[in-house]
Design a protein around this ligand. Sequence first.
Ligand SMILES: C[S@@+](CC[C@H](N)C(=O)[O-])C[C@H]1O[C@@H](n2cnc3c(N)ncnc32)[C@H](O)[C@@H]1O
Length: 242
Amino acid sequence: MLASDRELPVSGGPEKRTYVREMFTAIAPTYDRLNRIISFRLDQLWRRHAVRRLGWERAPAGVYLDLCAGTMDFGAALARRAGFRGRIIGADFAPAMLRLGRGKSPRLAPVSADALDLPFPRAAFDGAMVGWGVRNLVDLDAGLAEAARVLKPGARLVVLEMTLPPGALLRRVYQLYFRRVLPWIGRRISKHTTAYTWLPESTQAFPPPAELARRLENQGFREVRFKLFLGGVCALHEGTRA
Ligand SMILES: C[S@@+](CC[C@H](N)C(=O)[O-])C[C@H]1O[C@@H](n2cnc3c(N)ncnc32)[C@H](O)[C@@H]1O
């Protein structure tokens, strides 16, 4: 059954996993283009900002994980850094998304994998990034624990995610843009009926930044902090694997 026929499964369960995987498979061909349009190209700026907080300079020839990598734009932002000589594994459970990352950099390697059950040994990575992925997980804590498991002690994790702006005025503008304008643009370009309604709905259901910070701490990260972009539309969390 198509998700347009029922309520979106934002709160979790196996139907959320199925919906997310099928939805990203369907919108993959227009994903990058729509990202640029709906974020006014800020998505790329935020990824570059997050990469600066990854601390990759300590291990420039290391192995890094782009988790929920999609079309691997986040990994590509690291690959393009002058002086970076390492490898980046892009892990995602929608191969159609990963395929579109091919050719973005020879340093990127796609792996079809579920973020909740990664096919990597303990302490395999020198750092990890997740761009707009954690909101889509069926079990957030299990996903953060799995990220902690595959990171070396002292390695850093950076997480970009949508949030609700705390200020009343901006929240009203946000509601107008994210609930009315964005779904309309998304439907026209992607031809998917619910993917760009999923974005505001799942953002609404996702924990606020301070709670995400606490949950990162609970799953084995220290020195956790976060920064808000554009008045709180997007948050960058960072932490160090204890
Ligand atoms: C909004 S896209 C983000 C893509 C990319 N990180 C970026 O910066 O544009 C979310 C991605 O997370 C992936 N994803 C969601 N849940 C996942 C899971 N449990 N395991 C692996 N990938 C997952 C989806 O397939 C999708 O490609």
